[in-house]
Design a binder for this molecule. Structure first.
Ligand SMILES: Cc1cn([C@@H]2O[C@H](COP(=O)(O)OP(=O)(O)OP(=O)(O)O)[C@@H](O)[C@H]2O)c(=O)[nH]c1=O
Length: 609
């Protein structure tokens, strides 16, 4: 059984886990499954005595949990998810079924029954495939169960109460959690450990293989939602009806769908070819732009601002706040849930921590500006990637050099994007080398001063000058912490190609050189080298286009950006070192920052010969 292809079968479906159990959620996300969580409202009150065996009770409860969620979601949007997964875990001892204790006394009763004995843990699982047929919800139900045997040591009353007082037993079947403190009570486990924790992952994957790569018979049966079999007919579900239709065909391509027809056709010819490994990663890549666009759109519509610091909101409430359609907003919010940017609970949607920190438009580490810049500018630039590949770097813009000062709006957007990126990397750039020997620094093209602040903060003796175009410096006030720059930071307007460079012991060029062709880089470094006194330094921070295959993936975005940009060029770390040495900087030290995304070089100005 190859895991990722199996899980991959679900990657392009809207999958819902109908469970409030954090353990199930964790087990499935660790397995790489992408899903939403919609806890079931089904009350676990089925008559246990009406079931022939405890596992049948667990499977039926799991099924009813999942069907309740499918029906509720369908009712709400007239659109059910593709797959709903439900589960129910029970503990059985001496013919009794133990669920979650209702109070401490109940937990004590359960743990006393398990004390010093062997018991079974059953998890029933239902995988329900949904579709809409004739205006009604149509469901395929696949169920299974898994049993694990657990034995508790002989435990003292004192220990049992200590465990109960820890609070751990209360939301767990049988009153214990094997994955945490409860693990100390356990002498042995026979069978699937994760099944005890709440979800039999191994059996689940095997079931997916059966469903999606069907060798023949298995226990899926079409069940009309409005004719869910009564509880007492339930045990029949594991039997295949003789001469039944191909259930996997129904699931894969929908009833009568193309996939089903294809499979049947192949079987009729007697040549059943097994399909190739499922290219989940590749499909993820093919669809990657849709994920980016969903993120961009949510940012632009300020979804993450609306859901910041708030109790969960329903799709309709969010739609009202962002002035958008309810249906469209619902889809967008669900997409953000699937991308791990939002969480969905019974009460509605709310931000994940990452979304609040980086995607809301305010906040110290907001990347909102970067996202909107990508949406408004970079997106379009990348539509010309083919031209850039055919004609070479910088050709895509048709010779048109983008002028960031085009309009106030563009300039501010550009600055917000740069500020967000710099805030994330500035501390790392400032501390990659010991710069304490310098008492003054000049950050050329230092924009909002994000790096200048970190340098001043890290080196209490250092005064920092931010040197940038007058149009840029006009807008820096709103980016200063507390609304004003520190007294050791000054902003000096000027053009580093033309105007006299401020005097400093250390010159900083952070994300500047890639933006210029070689002749201009030489001109700039020549001016800088002329201004820098012997013993002074230059600090360069750049994304590089190294040929090291290990770094290729993380450098990919930078390398392609440099191809489509209207000017500038990508260089390797070695090329930057050469450039510094050509301009009289020696003892070049090299470091990496921001997870290898930034290449840092610190050179010292040698005395002229
Ligand atoms: C034996 C054992 C159980 N559990 C948890 O017990 C709950 C069972 O209850 P359930 O009714 O199946 O699920 P739920 O939590 O009510 O969620 P839901 O699916 O919404 O009904 C699940 O949480 C399981 O992880 C552990 O975390 N560790 C263990 O060792």
């Amino acid at each position: 059984m190859a895991l990722s292809p199996v899980i991959g079968k679900l990657l392009h479906k809207r999958v819902v886990l109908a469970s409030a159990s954090p353990r199930r959620r964790e087990i499935l996300s660790q397995a790489g499954l992408r899903f939403e969580v919609v806890p079931s409202r089904f009350k676990e009150t089925l008559d246990k005595a009406s079931f022939p065996a405890p596992y049948a009770y667990a499977m039926e409860t799991a099924k009813q949990k999942a069907l309740e969620v499918a029906a509720r979601m369908y009712q709400k949007d007239l659109r059910a998810p593709d797959v709903v997964i439900g589960a129910d875990t029970i503990v059985t001892v001496g013919g009794l079924i133990l669920e979650k204790p209702v109070d401490k006394q109940d937990a004590y009763r359960m743990l006393s029954m398990l004390n010093g004995k062997e018991h079974s843990v059953f998890t029933g699982v239902a995988i329900i495939h949904c579709c809409s047929k004739g205006g009604q919800l149509d469901t395929d139900v696949c169920q299974f169960h898994e049993e694990t045997t657990v034995r508790f040591s002989r435990l003292s009353e004192e220990l049992l109460w200590e465990y109960i007082d820890s609070g751990e037993p209360m939301d767990k079947a049988g009153g214990y959690g094997i994955q945490a403190l409860g693990g100390m009570l356990v002498e042995y486990v026979h069978g699937d450990f994760l099944n005890v924790v709440g979800f039999p992952l191994n059996h689940f994957c095997k079931k997916l293989v059966e469903l999606y790569y069907p060798p023949g018979r298995h226990d899926v049966r079409r069940v009309k939602h409005d004719s869910i079999p009564a509880v007492d007919t339930f045990e029949d579900l594991s039997d295949v009806e003789g001469g039944g239709s191909d259930p996997a065909g129904g699931i894969e391509g929908g009833p009568g769908g193309q996939a089903a027809a294809g499979t049947r056709g192949a079987e009729a010819n007697g040549a059943v070819e097994s399909p190739p490994p499922f290219p989940a990663d590749l499909l993820g890549l093919i669809d990657g732009f849709k994920a980016s666009k969903a993120l961009f759109t949510a940012c632009k519509l300020k979804v993450f601002d609306v859901l910041k610091d708030e109790a969960p909101l329903k799709a309709a409430e969010v739609a009202g706040r962002i002035d958008a359609s309810v249906c469209g907003t619902g889809r967008l919010l669900d997409a953000c849930v699937a991308l791990g940017l939002l969480e969905k609970t019974d009460g509605g949607y709310r931000n994940t921590e990452v979304a609040s920190r980086h995607l809301a438009s305010d906040g110290e580490y907001s990347l909102h500006g970067l996202v909107t810049r990508h949406d408004d500018h970079t997106w379009e630039l990348f539509t010309r990637l083919e031209v850039a590949v055919r004609q070479g770097p910088n050709a895509a813009a048709g010779g048109k050099v983008e002028d960031p000062a085009q309009s106030q709006q563009t300039m501010l957007q550009f600055m917000r994007a740069m500020h967000g990126l710099s805030k994330l990397t500035a501390r790392r750039v400032a501390t990659a080398f010991d710069l304490s020997r310098f008492t003054s620094a000049c950050d050329l093209g230092g924009c909002t001063g994000a790096l200048a602040h970190e340098l001043a903060h890290e080196y209490p003796r250092m005064r920092v000058t931010v040197f940038d175009l007058p149009d840029v410096l006009e807008h820096v006030a709103c980016f200063q912490p507390g609304g004003r720059p520190s007294e050791r930071i000054s902003f000096v307007p000027g053009d580093f190609f033309k105007d006299s460079l401020p005097e400093a012991e250390l010159y900083v060029l952070s994300r500047i050189l890639h933006d210029w062709p070689d002749d201009q880089v030489h001109a700039l470094l020549g001016r800088l080298s002329g201004r820098c006194k012997p013993g002074g330094g230059v600090l360069v921070a750049e994304e590089t286009v190294d040929e090291d295959p290990a770094a290729a993936r993380s450098n990919l975005a930078a390398a392609l950006s440099l191809l489509v940009r209207p000017r500038g060029r990508g260089r390797s770390g070695a090329e930057y070192r050469d450039l510094l040495e050509q301009h009289g900087f020696r003892d070049v030290q090299v470091a990496a920052a921001a997870g290898g995304a930034l290449h840092l070089l610190l050179g010292t100005r040698a005395s002229p010969p």
